[in-house]
Design a protein around this ligand. Structure first.
Ligand code: 4AZ
Length: 432
């Protein structure tokens, strides 16, 4: 049952002492209310301040470039390959050293990540260049923030540095602008920030932004004609038959991003190199490389794929993914959103079976899909990538969409130019 509060008229019935106490109580309560009011105003002001701090805090990214020589690591050309064990192990060692520097410190929450972006040679030893990314809450105090980071790094590199024996006299530190830094942070090949799976292409599903960051659309006079794959900041690989109508680079552009009608970046093209032994309408040597007029800046959504060594074998039956803006079914409509479809690599012997392609598949071709049909590249996907993930989660270009009997028909899988077969040709034309 609810308690009734003593009311003013009730006091006439109470003894004097009790009445005085009641008055004091009322006075205290009023004073309390007043204090409470002030406290609440103060708390609200602090809360608003905190909200303002934390909503703006972390919105500004700051980037720094550091370099130092490691006395106990000899320069190795394999450091240049971002998927090599040598590079991966070195990057891990440097990342853990940088983590240790900031972890648990006042800057621990503002430090985001670090990445070895280049390893050069200095008197036979490895000179490591690393980019560090911070989210700052010190927008108006960037100079102080920078000095603090520099001195913490200096201290760390002079002291215990684990398995890296660092020549601290070689330590250099500088600020970096965001596009340049993001470009360096995203030079790695075959890695992506988005890793959601799922399965249009013929029989595929919508892709997500950043999921296939090496995919490009090749457009002739602003009309999508073919897919292509980014292999460096200046080169794309695609199919030779895409240029049957026109080989004039001025008519062509490359676009990047998930949507055809709203691309993230468009670049003009200044050179198209078609394989000398491609002769339309034959499907042999259906490969071309395309040079961008100016190098593209990598971002978390625009990155290059890794190219496999010429000797690498993509095992039959292993999983691969084909992507593109091609028709959703043979002679069907085309999507605006990039499509992905999971397929399997098919052995050339099986693909050359009587019921399948009956002997026309050459060693320079690779088949992928399902003998049941269902998922396949289709018209407009040509030139685009067939990629496969290795055990470390790094994506390699296995094939270039080339041809097939209609799309997703039983016993008629997609046929691709085999990238390993053309690996040396790609290197000879692009240097990649
Ligand atoms: C094309 O015309 C095309 N089913 C590409 C791939 C396939 C068929 C046609 C494979 O671009």
């Amino acid at each position: 049952m609810a308690k009734r509060r003593p009311q003013e008229r009730d006091l006439a019935w109470t003894p004097l002492k009790t009445r005085t106490e009641s008055h004091t109580k009322i006075k205290l309560t009023r004073c309390g209310k007043c204090t409470l009011g002030i406290l609440m105003t103060l708390a609200a002001a602090v809360l608003i301040g905190l909200i303002a701090y934390f909503t703006t805090c972390g919105k500004t990214a700051l980037y720094y470039h550091i370099s130092f020589k490691v006395k106990n690591i000899d320069y190795d050309s394999r450091f240049e390959k971002p998927y090599s064990n040598q590079y991966i192990s070195l990057n891990l060692k440097v990342a853990s050293l940088i983590n240790e520097t900031f972890h648990g410190s006042k800057l621990g929450r503002e430090f985001i990540n670090s990445h070895v972006v280049q390893v050069s040679r200095s008197k036979g030893k490895a000179l490591i260049h690393t980019v560090l990314k911070f989210k700052s809450c010190h927008k108006n105090n960037a100079a102080k923030f920078r000095d603090k980071i520099e001195s913490m790094l200096q201290q760390k590199l002079k002291g215990k540095t684990g398995s890296l024996c660092i020549d601290s006299s070689t330590f250099r530190f500088s600020d970096m602008e965001m596009p340049t830094a993001e470009n360096l942070l995203n030079t790695c090949c075959g890695q992506r920030t988005i890793t959601r799976s799922g399965n249009k292409i013929a029989g595929g599903t919508n892709a997500n932004e950043g999921e296939w960051p090496w995919q490009a659309s090749l457009q002739q006079n602003n009309v999508h004609r073919c897919g292509a794959t980014l292999i460096s900041n200046s080169w794309l690989v695609t199919a030779a038959h895409c240029f049957e109508n026109s080989k004039n680079p001025k008519e062509w552009k490359a676009s990047f991003g998930l949507l055809l009608n709203d691309p993230q970046v468009q670049q003009s093209i200044d050179n198209i190199i078609i394989h000398d032994n491609y002769h339309y309408p034959a499907h042999d040597n259906d490969i071309a490389v395309v040079h961008l007029s100016s190098p593209i800046l990598y971002t978390s959504n625009i990155r290059r794929v890794c190219l496999p060594e010429a000797s690498y074998k993509f095992p039959p039956n292993s999983k691969a993914v084909v992507t593109g803006w091609g028709a959703l079914k043979y002679d069907g409509s085309s999507p605006n959103i990039l499509q992905k479809g999971q397929v399997k690599i098919i052995d050339n012997k099986i693909c050359n079976g009587e019921q399948v392609y009956g002997g026309v598949i050459t060693p320079a071709m690779l088949c992928a899909g399902f003998l049941k049909g269902k998922v396949d590249a289709c018209q407009g996907d040509s030139g685009g990538p067939l990629v496969s993930e290795d055990h470390k989660g790094i994506w390699f270009l296995a094939g270039i969409i080339s041809w097939g009997d209609e799309c997703a028909l039983p016993n008629k899988p997609g046929v691709y130019a085999r990238v390993t077969y053309f690996r040396d040709w790609i290197k000879s034309k692009t240097g990649v």
